[in-house]
Design a protein around this ligand. Structure first.
Ligand SMILES: [Mg+2]
Length: 244
């Protein structure tokens, strides 16, 4: 039996379907822009918006302005372009407040896992407050040890570096050999954590990295958090029956 002192989770496409959420939110934004007066095909605009996000990165603040700037004023006149952009922004945020939900098995897992004595943390890359906001919106923050929510932007170490995982274990005062990283990205979540000496679990739920390959093999591959529970029970001796 292996010893488990800490388990860390990635956020995007691990705790909820970030790809699916982004797809729906972008479509809703574009539909609202068309509804507000932009006379172009929704499907074409969705494609252009995906391009804009790719070019400027997912954390850029002006995706919809950029998108509209790629249309001719004849496509939306006499409507004020600011109104069209604002309609898209509101629709995007509305999707965020209504539609951001964790995977069902994730919630069930944490409900049972929270009664164990294993430290539970997050290792995520992105803008600090944006990643923290996701944990709040998903209503999952209560399941994590508050001082072990590690976000790259705040720490100043990228997920591509094993150092991030070493720092996370060090601050949790656990031996990497007694820690697990669970994530969907074959290099950022798996390779880096492998190099730092953690056990690694690759979640392949069919998200965008499901067919990607890292340089190292994960210790385990799972399809959902029920699989995770089985591994923790069988190989790490985690007792979920403590839960009520
Ligand atoms: Mg991820």
């Amino acid at each position: 039996m292996k010893t488990l002192s800490a388990i860390f989770f990635d956020i995007d496409d691990t705790l909820y379907s970030t790809s699916e959420f982004a797809r729906i939110a972008r479509r809703n934004a574009v539909e609202a822009m068309v509804h507000a007066g932009l006379r172009r095909e929704v499907d074409v605009l969705v494609g252009e918006l995906d391009e804009v996000v790719k070019e400027f990165g997912s954390n850029d603040k002006n995706h919809l302005d950029t998108l509209l700037s790629r249309s001719s004023p004849e496509d939306y006149g006499p409507t004020n372009p600011l109104v069209i952009v604002a309609a898209g922004i509101v629709a995007y945020h509305r999707t965020k407040s209504r539609g951001m939900k964790p995977y069902e098995d994730v919630v069930e897992f944490f409900k049972m896992f929270q009664r164990t004595s294993v430290l539970c943390g997050v290792i995520s890359s992105g803008i600090g407050v944006k990643q923290a906001e996701k944990l709040i919106r998903l209503d999952l923050v209560r399941y994590f040890d508050a001082q072990h929510i590690v976000i790259t932007d705040q720490i100043g170490i990228d997920k591509g570096s094993p150092e991030l995982y070493r720092v996370a274990c060090e601050s949790a005062e656990v031996d990497p050999e007694e820690a697990i990283m669970v994530g969907d990205h074959p290099s950022l979540d798996i390779d880096s954590a492998n190099l730092a000496g953690l056990h690694t679990i690759w979640l392949k739920r069919g998200g965008k990295y499901a067919d990607a390959k890292g340089n190292t093999a994960p210790d385990y591959e799972i399809r959902d958090f029920w699989d995770l529970m089985e591994i923790l029970r069988q190989d790490f001796g985690v007792d979920f029956s403590l839960s009520t």
